[in-house]
Ligand binder design. Sequence first.
Ligand SMILES: Nc1ncnc2c1ncn2[C@@H]1O[C@H](COP(=O)(O)OP(=O)(O)O)[C@@H](O)[C@H]1O
Ligand SMILES: [Mg+2]
Length: 342
Amino acid sequence: MRSDANIAGPMTDPVPGPRTESAGDGVSRETPPPMDDTPIGRAAQLAVEALGRAGEGLPRPDQTRVMVVANQKGGVGKTTSTVNLAASLALHGARVLVVDLDPQGNASTALGIDHHAEVPSIYDVLVDSRPLSEVVQPVPDIEGLFCAPATIDLAGAEIELVSLVARESRLQRAIQAYEQPLDYILIDCPPSLGLLTVNALVAGAEVLIPIQCEYYALEGLGQLLRNVDLVRGHLNPDLHVSTILLTMYDGRTRLASQVAEEVRTHFGKEVLRTSIPRSVRISEAPSYGQTVLTYDPGSSGSLSYLEAAREIALRGVGLHYEAQHARTGSQTSQQSVSEGIQ
Ligand SMILES: Nc1ncnc2c1ncn2[C@@H]1O[C@H](COP(=O)(O)OP(=O)(O)O)[C@@H](O)[C@H]1O
Ligand SMILES: [Mg+2]
């Protein structure tokens, strides 16, 4: 089924497996499941089936949806959301590419992708015009998921790009020239609004903003939104904020529900109904080079990312999402807990 013969990359050894009970082997499916015989990928696939959703066949977009995961604040869940949503979409049967645009390379690490200094990376694509196909690697254990890794070289790209022609649209060109069929490209941005993030905003039509449910959640977002407006006005007329994802939601705290309320008041329908709970499993997974989908497929973090991915897929084709579980907690307080969008 796979036609990615030109995508070369190392298959790393499987890392410690999930602890979740499996749902048995005889589960019927209507959509072709990822053909993944690795134990980890298989366990994750069973978790998708356990949700009772795999057989529904999530709609695939007509065209590749390029989603820019951005928020110039660090630590809000950009990388975590990028890799786990990408893995979820792939487990739902889509073909997905993660572009790691953060010199820290956290997305590459979390996907188990080698990204030491010698590895062909997104730096080579942006600065040396190397074809994207030469740097993309398949993600171990998850069929249909690929990654263009970032190495530490990328830290210099912000400066090196300044003097290059078409410095804002180099990623866009590379993506346009990439011939492998893809349903989604998720771009993990660094925590800044420099040229790397601008390249992402020019390359994609959709912006996905993860917002951490904490005090000052909306602080600084105004600057991101103004940049989105600027890029839309000058470089990419299709660009829009399509998706807001609430992350690290702790339903036991009043603060989290107040922040969620605040965000929903500001953004309305862009906010996904599924929010991502604060979960130890989510934060542990990257140190095993895994997403939470394979690290602990049955955990609340895993299931919430699968749900969020499902919501994103349905929205992409204009369908309504029916929440299976109320995950967003009570949102009754009108009290303002953030400084508002500044
Ligand atoms: N839902 C969550 N529950 C618990 N920890 C989380 C969750 N989401 C992210 N984290 C942790 O928070 C930290 C910051 O997340 P990360 O995705 O790296 O943010 P960013 O990419 O925006 O800087 C990481 O240590 C990550 O493991
Ligand atoms: Mg990050």
